[in-house]
Design a binder for this molecule. Structure first.
Ligand code: CTP
Ligand code: MG
Length: 227
């Protein structure tokens, strides 16, 4: 098994509202993308590719080159696309053919421990071609109609919060994107639409997605605490 990691970092971060794309926002004086790439490299994959905003490809290259040298692992940067799915495909296309397992990770989940990458990669098999890291749901969840009236209350014990990196057999990930494009909100959702088995492994609270200014403030506290 040879693992390649695609880090999608081509979003603008409109909900964060910073003056630069989200992956280039500084926390503890370093860009979020640097934390994400370091975590991926620590899991010792064969290769990493970053899908960056077209305007920031050179800046991303300057950032990843020393990290690539430090770890002795190739790290490429490609321009991402208009939708997250386009950025995923742009990244997967660059990965060496030998990478038969692909982990797709959001740069916005910058503080994901490298152990999560390792757990996900180890769980991808022929029979379970897609694996997602999950957390239990602590709040009760309601299904509501268009007017906001409650329709039902799903059994909380059966619900999970889904994070990234999500792991795939490369051929299955490409087939899922080809068949269903942008029909799902995550890559594993596309594999579900193919009717294939999607497994779960434990995620980590530190893998939360930095979306709002409050999430960024939390990230600053995390980095501060780490020292
Ligand atoms: N992403 C991407 N290409 C896109 C859109 C999103 O690579 N066209 C990436 C983002 O860079 C991010 C991840 O997908 O790392 C998850 O997306 P999200 O957290 O929604 O980031 P943004 O789309 O940048 O934020 P927003 O939705 O607030 O604009
Ligand atoms: Mg978005």
């Amino acid at each position: 098994m040879s693992v390649g990691v695609v880090i999608v970092a081509a979003g603008s971060g409109s909900r964060l509202g910073a003056s630069v794309p989200k992956a280039f926002v500084l926390v503890g004086g370093r860009p979020l993308l640097e934390y994400a790439v370091r975590a991926a490299l620590s899991a010792r994959p064969a290769a990493v590719v970053v899908a960056a905003p077209a305007s920031h490809v050179d800046e991303a290259l300057d950032l990843v080159e020393p990290l690539s040298r430090e770890h002795g692992i190739p790290v490429q940067v490609v321009p991402g696309g208009a939708e997250r799915g386009d950025s995923v495909l742009a990244g997967v296309r660059w990965l060496p053919e030998a990478c038969d397992v692909v982990l797709v990770h959001d740069a916005a989940r910058a503080f994901t421990p490298s152990e999560v990458f390792e757990r996900v990669a180890a769980a991808v098999t022929e029979a379970v071609p897609a694996v997602v890291p999950v957390l239990p749901v602590v709040d009760t969840v309601k299904v509501v109609d268009a007017e906001g009236f409650v329709v039902s209350t799903p059994d909380r014990a059966a619900l999970r919060i889904v994070q990234t990196p999500q792991g795939f057999r490369r051929d299955v990930l490409l087939a899922a994107h080809a068949a269903h494009g942008s029909l799902a909100t995550d890559d594993a959702g596309l594999v579900e639409l193919l009717g294939l088995r999607v497994g779960t492994v434990p995620g980590d609270p530190a893998a939360y997605k930095i979306t709002s200014p409050a999430d960024l403030a939390h990230a600053e506290r995390l980095v501060d605490h780490r020292g």
